[in-house]
Design a protein around this ligand. Structure first.
Ligand code: ACO
Length: 327
C-alpha cells in the first residue's frame, strides 16, 4: 500500500439528539423487557431525533464541532463525504444538503453507501482525496435511523439509535493513517435492508400495508457474519500497518452488540480494557457509532493524541472496513 502516514485527523465532533428512549420506555410500547435487551445486546437507552431533525441536521451539528476542534472554518473545507443509511432523501445526497446548510461553498459533496461500515469507508475516500490534492475533507457519519425502524417489530426496534459524528481529514505532521482494509459480500444484501422505496420495489399502498418500507434484518445471520469478519478485517488492517495487536492503544468497534464485540476481541486476543464500548447509552447508531464513541473517549481522557487506534465496522451490504491510525 502507498505510504499515507502523513494524512490523518485534524478534528473530531459528535452530536446526538436530546430525546432519550430507555429500555423501560420500550417495555411500555412492545412486548420486551429491559432484561432481554440488556443481556442480548448491552443496550440500555438510545437517542431519538425530533420530528424536525433529519440526518443532515444531526450531521451539520457534528460537523460544526469537528471544525471547531480542528480550528478551521467552513470556507476551509473542500470536500464533504457523508456516510448514511438513513439519508434525508433518496436523492440528492445528504452531503449536498449538509454542504448547503454549512455554506461550505468551496466543497465538493457526495454520499457513501456502506451501511454501518460507512464512516470508515468514507475516511478512506477522504484519504484518497487528500492524497490527490484536496486539503481538508469533512467526513460525516449521520443517522436518523429511527425513521426507518418498525416500532412494532421488537427484534429490530430495540437495537437502533440516532446520532452523528464527524472528522476532518487532512495533512498532519506526525502519525496519521497507517493502513486499512475494505471488503464486501453482496450475496448478503437481503439480510439487512429497507426493501421498498427504491427502483427494485417502488412504494405502493400494498407494500406499505406489509411494512416493507421499514428496516428488515436477519439478526442471527448478521450476528454470525459480524463475529467472523471483525477479527479478520482487523488483522488485515494491522498487517498493512505493519503492527501487532499488542501495539494498539485502543480499538473502536462499530457499536452494535456487546456480544459481537466480546466474541471478536476474544478471537483477536485483545485486552478488553483497550476496547471503547458506549453502546449502552446510544444503541446502534450505524455509520455514526464509531465517531460518536471516538469523540466520547477523547473527551473522557481515554484516547490521547499519539495513540494507535483500530477502527472497525461491519454492516449492510454486507460490508466491512477497518483502519489503523495514529491519532
Ligand atoms: N424482546 C424480547 N424478546 C425478543 C426481542 C425483544 N426485543 N427480540 C426478539 N425476541 C425473541 C425472539 O422472538 C425469539 O423468541 P423465540 O425463541 O420464542 O422465537 C428470541 O427472543 C430469540 O431471538 P433471536 O433473534 O434468536 O435472538 P438473538 O440472541 O439472535 O439476538 C439480536 C437477536 C440481538 C438481534 C442479534 O441477532 C444481533 O445483535 N444481531 C446483529 C445485529 C446487528 O448488529 N445489526 C446491525 C449490523 S450493522 C448495520 O449496518 C445496521
Amino acid at each position: 500500500m502507498k505510504d499515507t502516514s502523513r494524512i490523518g485527523i485534524l478534528g473530531l465532533g459528535a452530536y446526538v439528539p436530546e430525546r432519550i428512549l430507555t429500555n423501560l420506555d420500550l417495555e411500555k410500547m412492545i412486548d420486551t423487557s429491559d432484561e432481554w435487551i440488556t443481556t442480548r445486546t448491552g443496550i440500555k437507552q438510545r437517542h431519538i431525533a425530533s420530528r424536525e431533525e433529519a440526518s443532515s441536521d444531526l450531521g451539520v451539528k457534528a460537523a460544526l464541532e469537528a471544525l471547531k476542534d480542528a480550528d478551521l472554518g467552513v470556507e476551509d473545507i473542500d470536500g464533504i463525504v457523508t456516510a448514511t443509511l438513513s439519508p434525508d432523501h433518496i436523492f440528492p445526497s445528504t452531503a449536498c444538503i449538509i454542504q448547503g446548510k454549512l455554506g461550505a461553498v468551496k466543497a465538493a459533496a457526495f454520499d457513501v453507501g456502506a451501511g454501518c461500515s460507512g464512516f470508515v469507508y468514507a475516511l478512506t475516500v477522504a484519504l484518497g482525496l487528500v492524497e490527490t490534492g484536496f486539503e481538508n475533507v469533512l467526513v460525516i457519519g449521520t443517522e436518523a435511523i429511527s425513521r426507518f425502524v418498525n416500532w412494532q417489530d421488537r427484534s429490530t426496534c430495540v437495537l437502533f439509535g440516532d446520532g452523528a459524528g464527524a472528522a476532518i481529514v487532512g495533512r498532519v505532521n506526525k502519525g496519521g493513517v497507517l493502513g486499512f482494509d475494505l471488503g464486501s459480500d453482496g450475496s448478503g444484501h437481503g439480510l439487512l435492508t429497507v426493501p421498498v422505496g427504491g427502483s427494485r420495489e417502488p412504494v405502493t399502498v400494498g407494500n406499505i400495508d406489509q411494512n416493507r418500507h421499514f428496516l428488515y434484518m436477519s439478526g442471527s445471520e448478521v450476528f454470525r457474519f459480524a463475529v467472523r469478519i471483525l477479527p479478520k478485517t482487523s488483522k488485515k488492517a494491522l498487517e498493512k500497518a505493519n503492527l501487532n495487536i499488542s501495539d494498539l492503544d485502543w480499538m473502536i468497534p462499530h457499536q452494535a452488540n456487546t456480544r459481537i464485540i466480546d466474541a471478536a476481541i476474544d478471537l483477536l486476543q485483545l485486552d478488553k480494557n483497550k476496547v471503547i464500548v458506549n453502546l449502552e447509552r446510544y444503541g446502534n447508531t450505524s455509520a455514526a457509532s464509531i465517531p460518536i464513541a471516538w469523540v466520547e473517549a477523547v473527551k473522557d481522557g481515554k484516547i490521547k493524541s499519539g495513540d494507535k487506534l483500530l477502527l472497525v465496522g461491519f454492516g449492510a451490504g454486507l460490508t466491512w472496513a477497518s483502519m489503523v491510525l495514529e491519532y
